[in-house]
Design a protein around this ligand. Sequence first.
Ligand code: CO
Length: 204
Amino acid sequence: MSTINEMLAVNKLWAEEQVQADPDYFIRAAQTQEPEVLWIGCADSRVGPDKLIGLPMGSIFVHRNVANIFASNDLNSLAVLEFAIDQLHIPNIIVCGHYGCSGVRVAMTHSGIQPVDLWLDQVRFIYQRNQAELSKLDQQQRWNRLAELNVEAQVHNICRNTIVREAWKRGQAVNIIGMIYDIHDGLLKQLGLEFSSPAPHLGR
Ligand code: CO
């Protein structure tokens, strides 16, 4: 386990190395940010986006929470989306779920009234909506599949959102992509979920 002093020492070393390699690095970084991606992912410590997609600092605008939920009644999610689209004009939104997600497992196996239970009700509803498909699978497959269905639901929530709708209406490029990360092999997988204009089945 690293101590805070060790973390600060590593930070100091890192900052020095950046300046040695590129003296203007922090001058440029402090001036502006032009991220290419808004990343909506799980808070799980194993799925940090910078490492996964190898983009340099300043490229990813990040929003993470338990089980990568984009809820249209969540002020935090909405503020992130609005800032990303209206201020930063980010062209790509990636919703990334992951296999082995504890949040998804809890939603499948447990209900209650603690904050995390209430938050995960949103995944529980997806589970209930897809009972017919999920009940045919064994426990492990069901856990994986619900993680995928959760990504799909969150992508759809974003596509239906007024902030995105308005951006599309004025011709601003916004691509929304759903992916899943496999914590067992480190690979990202696309889920055939990609929208860059209103989809008829998501309501015009
Ligand atoms: Co997770």
